[in-house]
Design a protein around this ligand. Structure first.
Ligand code: G1P
Length: 292
């Protein structure tokens, strides 16, 4: 079945970025000149996904406004002959079709996905966490859709992390799947645990914020009890789903930045700016001139 829809949970409070996120959503923090959430939506659009379902909450209206058309601004840019900016502003509102649903209580990622159940319906779908910005030759979601097309089962994106970092992630236990077309990147999950103690983690393969899920996950989420941090965890629901159907893990190609973290956000900013044709050369020169 084709993947047409993606769920973007954006209701989180963004406490790691206070005070910047006191009065604006963390998803609107800009990396160079685009908000984090726009990187996520552009990845969806270039992967061939046609609908983004945002799971939002209080204080997140700026996200909806960002992807809406903006007649006054467009009129002004037109009047001033700023055609290039006008095109950029217009294209933001036509990337994909958008719908919004509210998560009324902060009960975790699993709960946020469950809130989107009616809008997703009985079809496989993607989940994108906009904190994870991924720079890749082929968009990460597209890579995962290709795996889904071959295997027809849920796929989670993974990367290796240091042992000491495992307690920040969902960690999988898995066996490699020999598939020449995927050059050693595919695993079949045998177990998974959310934010384990490093001494008890089953591996250092961490789940990154990109998933392709079969709708069967909703049936598990309904009865998944609160887990790590007192929240309903997607990892726990997937662990239950594992008893009923296989789930794959895919070591994606590309570089991921944890832009929900201050250091990761700075790394994303520097590296993405260096790659920008309009800024890269001047920024490189500036960095080289710094006394460090
Ligand atoms: C969430 C998931 C976790 C995953 C991580 C990836 O955690 O619960 O399994 O490894 O995203 O970024 P969070 O970062 O929201 O605590």
């Amino acid at each position: 079945m084709e993947i047409r829809k993606a769920v973007l949970p954006v209701a989180g409070l963004g406490t790691r970025f206070l005070p910047a996120t006191k009065a604006q959503p963390k998803e609107m923090l800009p990396v160079v000149d685009k908000p984090l959430v726009q990187y996520a939506v552009e990845e969806l659009s270039s992967s061939g996904i046609s609908m983004a379902i945002f799971v939002t909450g209080r204080g997140k209206d700026a996200i909806e406004d960002h992807f809406d058309s903006s007649p006054e601004l467009e009129q002004m840019l037109k009047g001033h002959g700023k055609e290039q900016l006008l095109d950029q502003v217009r294209s933001v509102s036509s990337l994909v079709q958008m719908t919004y649903v509210r998560q009324k209580r902060p009960l975790g990622l699993g709960h946020a996905i469950l809130v989107a159940r009616e809008l997703v319906g009985p079809e496989p779908f993607a989940v994108v966490l906009s904190d994870d910005v991924i720079d890749a030759p082929v968009p990460c979601v597209r890579q995962m859709m290709d795996v889904f097309e071959r295997y027809g089962r849920s796929v989670v994106a993974i990367q290796q992390v240091s042992r000491s970092a495992v307690s920040s992630y969902g960690i999988i236990k898995a066996e490699p799947v020999p598939d020449h077309n995927l050059s050693g990147r595919l695993y079949r999950i045998t177990d998974m645990v959310e934010k384990p103690d490093p001494r008890r983690a089953p591996s250092n393969l961490a789940i990154i914020g990109r998933y392709i899920l079969t709708p069967a996950v909703f049936g598990e989420l309904v009865s998944t009890p609160r887990g790590a941090g007192g929240e309903i965890q997607l990892t726990d629901a997937l662990r239950r789903l594992l008893m009923k159907e296989p789930i794959y893990a895919y070591l994606f190609e590309g570089k991921r930045y944890d832009a929900g973290d201050k250091l990761g956000f700075l790394q994303a900013t520097v590296e993405i700016a260096l790659k920008r044709p309009d800024l890269g050369a001047a920024f490189r020169k500036y960095l080289k001139g710094l006394k460090m």
